[in-house]
Write a protein that binds this ligand. Structure first.
Ligand code: NAD
Ligand code: 89Y
Length: 343
């Protein structure tokens, strides 16, 4: 198959990882970039040797013949850019959070469905190799049927220096980070019936909540707790590790700090080191996230080649995004929220 010609829109903080990943992936390359900020366009264009540069997405679509577009801007621009891609019949990847509201996200899915173009949300945390190792342990049947899960992300890492906008929004941790944890909960335990949420803001210098605790009933009958915090000072800073506990009818899975995986089940206990590899361009502690960017982008290329739906397609991600909306609604009302009513 001929190499896919892609364009990246949004050359900011995180897009650099996406550009590195595209360079590592056979079958696709980025042939043009776009950012409304000429400085970011120059930094990323020069770093990755991309000469075809645009400050306006409409000009990019008009000027290039593209097989896909990778949208790495922040949420307010996602809907207009995805809809523009749909109008040009160009398959699109869209960064998380999918959109500012669930209504926007639904409209984006509809626009791409109507145009017949694939849409994938860059929901990469489930692609982290430690999380994939937990999924493989579940699939092995070793612990039987899961009845309880805890997906936990607690840290005091300064995310605001690299992403200053995170300090200014009315919504913070659920929309930015909890969204990944909620997606992991769906990936491991399936879709959700109800969610109950409590939030807090501990850091007085930010506008949104930096702590969230969510209790979920899964359709499978399992119960999970998803907890996240950027106000948790620990002896060893775990950023950006997601810790996982799953209890099943025949055993348990524990993914602990430093990527230590313990599976206790029908055949005894196996402890393994599931540390992600440190890719040549990656840097600690981000290497776990950086490796997952390569994995999800490879998956996108495979899906386009095989005409299959991405695991985190727009339609799939509506269910994760609905959890975010339900969590904020439930934090405000202090009542459980039913998911099916939102979808
Ligand atoms: P950023 O502000 O550093 O970069 C965004 C860039 O997009 C900026 O350079 C801006 O000028 C450009 N831009 C915005 N609107 C545009 C438009 N309409 N046309 C062209 N360019 C436009 O933001 P960031 O920290 O790189 O985050 C980008 C997205 O990535 C966010 O949605 C964030 O949540 C997400 N993110 C994801 C992960 C992950 O692991 N999946 C990690 C960090 C950030
Ligand atoms: O934006 C966030 C994300 O998606 O992963 C970690 C992060 O960069 C900060 O919370």
């Amino acid at each position: 198959m001929a190499e896919l010609r892609g364009a990246l829109i949004g050359c900011g903080f995180f897009a650099v990882n996406q550009m590195h990943a595209w360079r590592d992936i056979a079958g696709a390359s980025i042939i043009a970039i776009c950012d409304r900020d000429p400085e970011r366009l120059k930094v990323v264009g020069d770093q990755f040797g991309i000469t075809r540069r645009y400050t306006d997405a409409a000009a990019l679509f008009a000027g290039e013949s593209l097989d896909f577009v990778d949208i790495a801007t922040t949420a307010p621009s996602h809907r207009p850019l995805v809809e523009m891609a749909a109008r040009h019949r160009v398959p699109a990847i869209c960064q998380k959070p999918f959109a500012p509201t669930l209504a926007d996200a639904k409209a984006m899915v509809k626009a791409c469905t109507d145009a017949g173009v694939p849409l994938m949300v860059h929901e990469n945390f489930r692609w982290q190799s430690p999380i994939q190792a937990v999924r493989a342990a579940l699939d092995s049947g070793e612990i039987g049927t899961p009845f309880f899960g805890r997906i936990s992300f607690r840290s005091a890492y300064d995310v605001f220096s690299g992403q200053p906008y995170l300090a200014t929004g009315k919504r913070f941790i659920i929309e930015d980070l909890g969204i990944h944890s909620l997606d992991i909960a769906r990936f491991l335990l399936g879709d959700v019936l109800t969610i109950t949420t409590r939030t807090a803001r501990i850091n007085p210098e930010i506008a949104g909540e930096d702590v969230a605790t969510m209790l979920m009933d899964h359709k499978s009958g399992a119960t999970s707790v998803v907890d996240c915090s950027y106000a948790t000072k620990l002896v060893t800073e775990p950023f950006p590790q997601t810790l996982v506990e799953i209890d099943g009818s025949d055993g348990t899975i524990r993914l602990e700090q430093n990527y230590r995986l313990t599976v206790t089940g029908r055949n005894g206990t196996v402890v393994s080191d599931v540390s992600p590899p440190l890719l040549p361009w990656a840097s600690r502690p981000w290497h776990n996230i950086q490796e997952s960017v390569v994995a999800i982008q490879k998956h996108w290329v495979d899906c386009l080649a095989n005409k299959t739906e991405p695991a985190t397609s727009g339609a799939d991600n509506l269910k994760t995004f609905a959890l975010v909306e339900a969590a904020y609604a439930g934090a405000a009302s202090r009542e459980p929220v039913q998911l099916d009513a939102l979808l």
